[in-house]
Design a protein around this ligand. Structure first.
Ligand SMILES: Cc1cc2nc3c(=O)[nH]c(=O)nc-3n(C[C@H](O)[C@H](O)[C@H](O)COP(=O)(O)OP(=O)(O)OC[C@H]3O[C@@H](n4cnc5c(N)ncnc54)[C@H](O)[C@@H]3O)c2cc1C
Length: 202
């Protein structure tokens, strides 16, 4: 995969050759990336995934990288495109009456706290001090702590999700209501899927 092709999708400043980035991305189980791309919109994620699919380049979704080293190293991986989602931070909606918020998957939990506090809302799952994961990474890993015994699993707090599948299709699961029961509950399938079913974008 050429830098130019990925740059045409998300801009030259936001596509970097993997060599030289081992410090930031080297702890990945997939090894050092071929390229790192930092999209700022779902259409850019879609374009990058389609480009990678066309060239049969594996893709790794990258949040804040706090759990990229969990599990044994992946051996025999072809050179990989890392899609770093930390520019996908835009809030889409905060609805205090509904107790819901919709945000870009690359938003950090710290920024989510700052967004929700004025509306009297919060993300209820506790965090590890000194770690600033993304919303997408937290949902993708179903991260939780000891409070899970009181407040339930992370999936309980995720009503819907938007994701880009491996062939570049944008899919929407769930919605902004708890009583959204028609069809399969794809949201719960995506929570804890570790990026295997698609890249969460919101
Ligand atoms: C020891 C330890 C304890 C922790 N305890 C807690 C805790 O109690 N509560 C808590 O909330 N957090 C905790 N965390 C933080 C936790 O790592 C993150 O909440 C979350 O699991 C990873 O977020 P991240 O943005 O760093 O994702 P990353 O580490 O970058 O990615 C983790 C996995 O998710 C995938 N992924 C990332 N973003 C996306 C996306 N947008 N779409 C699809 N897949 C994606 C990646 O491909 C990878 O497989 C802890 C971290 C550590 C190291």
């Amino acid at each position: 995969m050429r830098v130019a092709a990925a740059s045409a999708i998300c801009g030259t400043r936001h596509v970097l050759p993997g060599e030289g980035l081992a410090g930031e991305y080297g702890r990945s189980r997939a090894g050092t990336p071929l390229l790192v791309a930092r999209p700022a919109a779902v259409e850019e994620v879609q374009g990058l995934v389609r480009l990678a699919a066309g060239e049969r380049v594996p893709v790794v979704a990258w949040g804040a990288g706090t759990r990229q080293d969990w599990g044994p190293p992946l051996t025999g991986m072809r050179p990989t495109l890392f899609i770093d989602l930390r520019r996908l931070t835009h809030p889409r909606a905060v609805n205090a009456d509904n107790l819901t918020a919709t945000v870009g998957a690359g938003m950090s939990l710290a920024d989510l706290d700052a967004l929700l506090a004025p509306a009297g809302l919060c993300w209820p799952v506790e965090r590890l001090d000194g770690v600033t994961p993304t919303v997408g990474g937290t949902v993708a890993t179903a991260a939780s702590g000891p409070s899970r015994r009181a407040i339930g699993p992370t999936a309980r707090w995720v009503l819907g999700a938007e994701a880009v599948t491996a062939d570049g299709e944008v899919v929407h699961a769930g919605g902004q209501t708890v009583k959204n029961v028609a069809g399969y509950d794809l949201t719960r399938l995506l929570v804890g899927s570790w990026g295997a079913l698609g890249i969460l974008t919101a």
